[in-house]
Design a protein. Structure first.
Length: 390
């Protein structure tokens, strides 16, 4: 949806007809952005991901896309480092305007808006089958807080949503906030659910704005404290309000693997490590026999190294994923340095624009040759007719 919007408005001349989309991914949303933007006119898509911290299939889903407007960049660092580079680039006004910078993934509001459809569609399906259900609860595996924020907004818009469960892995900054009021930044643990290996959740600031009574001054003071100390601590009524909106649970690796194993044995259903976190959170919080939906976020075949620890042998992967291993990959490695990434972006964008102009010139030359050939052929035909009359 977002890719089509970008292309549509750029073709009207908006933003000078060009857009450089810079995004950071912890694994899954990068390939989603890439497939949504591949081949789009006027758009360059640069996706940063932490080198060695996504699964092989996740990486191949991104790096096997051959379209020239797609640029995959492995950064020597964590997802938070990649995200910091994106934020620093947007805060650099001169650079932002020079490359016509744009956002994708859950930083972009349009992405959160699109995700609200999950909740409406699911609520309608559940209540179609169970008309007596008044509210539907949702458990969402989360790291960057975008998907579950869409559930929060759906509820505010009037959808009968009951409980929203924030399900985290060992990187549990959100769980610590909703249980203790402590949004404290620690280091990132590398887990078997890498898309959730995030320490600072970009979209959480949007929720904090509402928790601050929609007061930007209060929010700014909280975020300034967080930037300087790595901590936001809320108590009393603010924490109580947050707990009315959300429940939370922390699911470690052993619990995740056990859930994958149990669901395969009992229901012959394979959960990916992220989806298993959401399912386990439902069990932890005693919401199993209620109208509660777990949002499954990825296919299990994308994480064979993790899933085989719970189920062996694994089901065969779908053909769409299996074929990735025979495809050529395109990726660049860069250090964890915003200026290096920005220089890389400008170089690749300029190269692509030059290549496009070259193609356009070649096409113009071909047209000229074709027109000349038609003209010469026409002249020859006229000359032949005149010769006959003589």
């Amino acid at each position: 949806m977002l890719g089509n919007f970008f292309e549509y408005f750029l073709e009207t001349g908006s933003n000078g007809g060009r857009l450089a989309v810079l995004g950071a991914t912890s694994g899954d949303t990068g390939s989603a952005a890439i497939y949504g933007l591949r081949g789009k006119k006027g758009v360059d898509c640069i996706i940063l991901y932490p080198r060695g911290r996504v699964s092989e299939i996740q990486e191949r889903q991104m790096t096997t896309v051959p379209d020239s407007n797609i640029h995959c960049v492995a950064v020597d660092g964590t997802f938070d480092d990649c995200q910091d580079i994106v934020k620093a680039s947007f805060n650099n006004k001169e650079f932002r305007e020079r490359v016509k910078l744009g956002a994708v993934n859950s930083i972009n509001w349009c992405r959160v808006l699109a995700q609200t459809t999950y909740y409406y569609w699911t609520y309608l399906r559940v209540t179609d089958k169970y008309p007596h259900v008044a509210e539907v609860n949702f458990s969402v595996p989360t790291g960057n807080y975008g998907d579950i924020l869409a559930g929060y907004y759906s509820k505010r818009m009037g959808l009968p949503v009951g409980k929203l469960i924030v399900a985290t892995n060992e990187n549990d900054i959100l769980h610590r906030f909703f249980t203790k009021g402590e949004y404290h930044r620690y280091g990132i643990a590398e887990t078997i659910s890498p898309s959730m290996d995030i320490c600072v959740s970009s979209n959480f600031e949007r929720y904090l704005y509402h928790l601050a009574g929609d007061d930007p001054t209060t929010l700014a003071s909280w975020m300034q404290a967080f930037e300087s100390t790595g901590k936001i601590t809320l108590t009393g009524k603010k924490l109580e309000e947050a707990r009315r909106d959300f429940l939370s649970a922390r699911v470690d690796t052993a619990m995740t693997l056990q859930t994958i194993k149990e669901y395969k044995e009992k229901y012959d259903f394979m959960l990916c490590p992220h989806s298993a976190v959401g399912v386990n959170a439902i069990h932890q919080l005693g919401e199993v026999n209620t109208a509660t939906v777990a949002l499954a976020t990825a296919h299990d075949a994308k994480f064979p190294e993790a899933c085989v620890r719970a189920v062996n042998p694994l089901p065969p992967p779908p053909s769409q994923l299996a074929k990735l291993f025979s495809m050529k990959i395109r990726s660049s490695n860069v250090p964890n340095d915003a200026k290096v990434v920005q220089a890389f972006m400008e170089k690749r964008i300029s190269e692509r624009i030059a290549a496009e102009k070259g193609v356009q010139l070649n096409q113009s030359n071909i047209k000229r040759v074709a027109y000349a050939a038609v003209f010469i052929a026409g002249c020859a035909a006229i000359a032949a007719q005149l010769a006959k009359r003589r």
